[in-house]
Design a protein around this ligand. Structure first.
Ligand code: ADP
Ligand code: MG
Length: 729
């Protein structure tokens, strides 16, 4: 019997690794397809070069005439690399990237004078026909159109034969329609706020740059096998499938030797990343079979976000050449670990200091503690908003599923820093005696080792952990665009630093305290106020859920519930005050995310109904018929004794019927609930209905189907099984 499944298996198991030979050293090719500093020096006039540099470093505007020169240089550079097209490259609220290619080539209207053309106007602004990107009602298609505008802080790059220009995407009325615009605004807010505070410690600081180092987890599945599963194709995950007898129990995949086919894929992927200036550094097997991770060296946050979005695209494209499909879904397979995208985050000054790294002197340690404690305070004040920033239908499968960070946000800081905070808590209110000051400086902050890295115990269950010289936001989903979590994190810390500065300055003025005394005083208050957010124990445990509830921490396990915090009064106020988003933008995003949630569950429900009815049930009936034939035959041979002899078969026939009935009944009920949900009149209510009324049927239907998978003859089963998806390499 040659079903699609067996054809796919035949293809998958006969594959040879697609070999890939690197020709150059990484350091030689790194960034060669990026319009980086080296390329700019070579292809731009000095004026144009200076203008772009100043835009990158100080956010200054580039005037139109200069833009013409920049475009000219960019085009010349691109032509030396056989580029034929250009595109504005942006990140609409679909969560992925968008591009529309135009040829450099132009002629005059009668077809004469063909030239390669690309001017300042094409570089600076474009008007993609963007009416079908999500906009949450901001952009009425009849009144205003959206446009993309060049973001000079992220360098143009070449992919394939196309010059890609990173841009923001906004409406003509100025509202952001993308993920990058609010991120850029949040980054500039935290730059301003953190620079002011950093100046307490070093007057020379002029700029603070938030850094981001993401770690991308993903699954690789053979392309033929992935294509044989309608659920993987339509939803990125398996909606059915009995868990494989062998999963990850033996821990034999984690950090194990990388299979050759995968290794060849990784090598080519890393080569492409090198050309694109994405500084990938680490690769390894992850916990689940078929699961891997890739991490770069950290970068400035806007660039790191662009690089992650670009990477996800490149990963899929390179995978095609190796006959793999990449699954970015947070939970593609039941029963084995899901995938995340840890966001490692810190703040760096233009004087070369990592503000979340303890230093060698008491002063630099006080600076470290200031930024460390303010970050904790920010998370404490906005834990619900931070939770909301990572909410999605797919991440719901992971958060709180006893394998990934819980849906409760808490901060892990490790034993050593817990002790330091306890000592700081004892600081005297108001003026400090000279002895006390010396004591504090020498014995408390002075004793912080300048490298905490090796001393910070790792707690894998924490959603937000301090790891020696950075915070690691671990609850971010593998399919997410990091811009969303980074916009929120940088905004809440910016707001906190602004408040901190006000409080310190007020104390200095009113109480006539020295600056460091005032800082100690305020930090002491913060330590007292933020105890609830600190948690060192097992985040997966039930005890923590209970404890967190007592502490008043939120625990939103589903996206519709979690998202509400995005439109709370405090959230709107925060984003408006900082100039990150106005209330229209905030509300539009809320709508879009609710709609996206609803659509995802709706699609999953449809696909599930389809495969359960059109694959599982017909297969089960076919097998049941062979059993019936068998029983009939036994009856013919054995006469009235047959019932004893055919007992097992008859039992199976009944069991199969029960599961078929179970599937049908629950699909009908699910469809009823979908109809009801579709008639609701608000995005909020619809998302809630899909979450609470429709989704619960998924598990019930799956259970019946997975039981059938165990009963039915393997030769007949049409859907590729877990053991094949996960283990065929
Ligand atoms: P691990 O946490 O897996 O043991 P590391 O601590 O070396 O490994 O780094 C993990 C990730 O943290 C890497 O992607 C790295 O780029 C990132 N990272 C390291 N330092 C910083 C920093 N100062 N800011 C942001 N990210 C950082
Ligand atoms: Mg990791």
């Amino acid at each position: 019997m040659s079903t699609f499944r067996f054809q796919a298996l035949g293809k998958a198991s006969s594959r040879k690794p697609v070999s890939f030979e690197e020709t150059n050293k990484k350091s030689e090719i790194f960034g060669s397809n990026v319009f980086n500093d080296k390329a700019m020096r070579q292809f731009l006039t000095p004026d144009a070069y200076k203008a772009v540099k100043s835009a990158i470093e100080h956010g200054t505007k580039i005037d139109r005439k200069i833009a013409d020169y920049v475009a000219m240089g960019m085009k010349e550079w691109a032509l030396t690399k056989n580029v034929t097209h250009y595109t504005h490259w942006f990140q609409p609220l679909t969560g992925t990237t968008a591009e529309k290619h135009d040829a450099f080539f132009e002629t005059s209207f009668d077809g004469s004078d063909p030239v390669e053309k690309f001017g300042g106007s094409q570089l600076v602004q474009q008007e993609p026909d963007a009416s079908s990107f999500p906009n949450g009602g901001i952009r009425n298609t009849f009144e205003a159109r959206g446009y993309t505008a060049w973001d000079p802080t992220s360098p143009a790059f070449i992919f394939g034969s196309t010059l890609c220009i990173p841009t923001v995407f906004v409406s003509y009325t100025g509202e952001a329609l993308d993920n990058k615009t609010p991120l850029l605004r949040a980054l500039s807010a935290i730059d301003a706020a953190a620079t002011e505070v950093a100046k307490y410690f070093d007057k020379n600081v002029k700029k603070v740059t938030p850094t981001l180092g993401w770690e991308q987890e993903y699954f690789l599945v053979d392309a033929a096998l992935a294509n044989s599963r309608p659920d993987i194709l339509a939803t990125g995950r398996t909606l059915l499938g009995h868990t494989s007898s062998k999963g990850q129990q033996l821990d034999d995949h984690y950090f194990g030797s990388i299979p050759t086919r995968v290794l060849q894929y990784m090598r080519e992927l890393e080569y492409e990343c090198m050309l694109l200036g994405i500084p990938v550094k680490t690769r390894h097997n992850e916990v689940a079979p078929g699961q891997f991770e890739l991490a770069p060296i950290f970068e400035e946050t806007n660039l790191a976000v662009d690089h992650n979005s670009l990477l996800m695209d490149v990963m899929q494209k390179v995978a095609e050449r190796h006959d793999f499909k990449v699954l970015f879904h947070e939970k593609p397979f039941k029963g084995v670990n899901g995938s995340g995208k840890h966001n490692n985050w810190s703040l760096a000054t233009d004087t070369g200091v990592n503000l979340l790294s303890p230093g060698k002197t008491p002063m630099s340690n006080l600076q470290f503690l200031t930024f460390f404690i303010n970050t904790i305070k920010a998370v404490n004040n906005y834990e619900e908003l931070l939770r909301a920033s990572i909410a999605s239908a797919s991440n719901d499968h992971r958060l709180g599923a006893n394998e990934a960070p819980p849906a409760i946000i808490s901060v892990f800081i490790g034993q050593q820093l817990t002790k330091v905070l306890a000592e700081l808590e004892g600081v005297t209110k108001g003026k400090l005696s000279p002895k006390e000051k010396t004591d504090l400086k020498l014995n408390v902050v002075g004793k912080l080792p300048d490298v905490l890295l090796d001393n910070t115990d790792r707690n894998r269950t924490s959603p937000f952990a301090f790891t020696g010289n950075k915070f690691e936001f671990r609850a971010v989903g593998s399919s997410a665009n990091c811009a969303v979590s980074m916009t929120t994190l940088n905004s809440i810390v910016a707001k906190q630093l602004i408040d901190f500065k006000k409080e310190v300055d007020a104390l200095v003025e009113k109480k006539d305290l020295k600056k460091d005394e005032a800082i100690f005083n305020i930090l002491r208050e913060y330590i007292k106020e933020t105890k609830n957010i600190l948690f060192e124990g097992d985040g997966y445990s039930e005890a923590w859920e209970k404890e967190a509830k007592k502490r008043g921490l939120s625990n939103h396990k589903t996206t519709p519930k979690a998202l509400k915090a995005k439109v709370s009064k405090e959230a709107v106020k925060l984003f408006e005050e900082l100039g990150v988003m106005n209330h229209v933008e905030v509300e539009a995003r809320y709508e879009i995310e609710l709609e996206e949630y609803t659509k995802k569950i709706q699609i999953e429900g449809r696909v599930l109904g389809d495969i359960a009815r059109n694959h599982v049930i017909p297969t089960a009936i076919k097998y049941q018929n062979t059993l019936i034939e068998n029983v009939k035959g036994l009856k013919e041979i054995f006469g009235k004794d047959f019932e004893k002899i055919a007992k097992e078969q008859i039992g199976l026939i009944k069991e199969i019927s029960e599961h078929i009935e179970g599937i049908n009944r629950n699909i009908d009920a699910m469809i009823e609930e979908r109809k009801k949900a579709n008639n609701l009149n608000s995005a909020e209510k619809m998302a809630e209905a899909y979450c609470d009324k429709v989704k619960p049927y998924f598990e019930i239907i799956r259970e019946h189907s997975d039981k059938l998978e165990l009963l039915v003859d393997d030769e007949m089963w049409t859907l590729t099984k877990y053991r094949e998806l996960l283990f065929v390499k």
